[in-house]
Ligand binder design. Sequence first.
Ligand code: GDP
Length: 199
Amino acid sequence: MIINTARFVTSSPSVEKCPDSSMHEYAFIGRSNVGKSSLINMLTGRSGLAMTSSTPGKTMLINHFIINDTWQIVDLPGYGYAQRSKADRAKLEKMIKGYIINRPQMTNLFLLVDGRLKPQKIDLEFMEWLGENGVPFSIVFTKLDKLSSTAAKKMTGDYCATLLETWEQLPPVFRTSSTDRRGREAILDYIEEMNALPL
Ligand code: GDP
């Protein structure tokens, strides 16, 4: 898919405040610092679209971007930032889960995990919750340029093998790097396929 236009729409504090739209929406989520903003910028080819932040865990808003005037990217706040207060964590969880459950146009959730790390409890628990609620999601391994190609294959393969210990089948899996842009076409093709389906 060629990205002709990509623009920021708005930031919303809750699903109730999200903009009305009948377009397909693709949400991106992951632990703070996983590389979510960089991935959104890499996919859209707009380096400043999603704000990469040197202060992890800062944003607590749902950000909408409209792409090619036909579909939307939703940048959800990062989770798992240790220095957040308990009250903020609860608020964040409510916001994220509220959006995921109550946004019927959300066609797929891209769950980002750092390709250099073994499966993290917080991500596995979140996947469990997605499964229990029948949420369509995919896994995106990030920062794979930081590993040799052998190590990248092994880490992501081991990760998938761990998932298969509890999951009957794997969700779609994408291997990416925002630095060398690997995985870009695969994700955009996947979105294009789903855009062709009725909402
Ligand atoms: P976010 O908090 O999930 O939005 O993460 P950011 O996109 O702000 O990235 C966090 C840090 O990881 C930044 O210093 C990025 O430059 C770096 N980073 C993100 N993606 C990649 C990647 O694919 N490769 C490399 N080498 N660094 C990355």
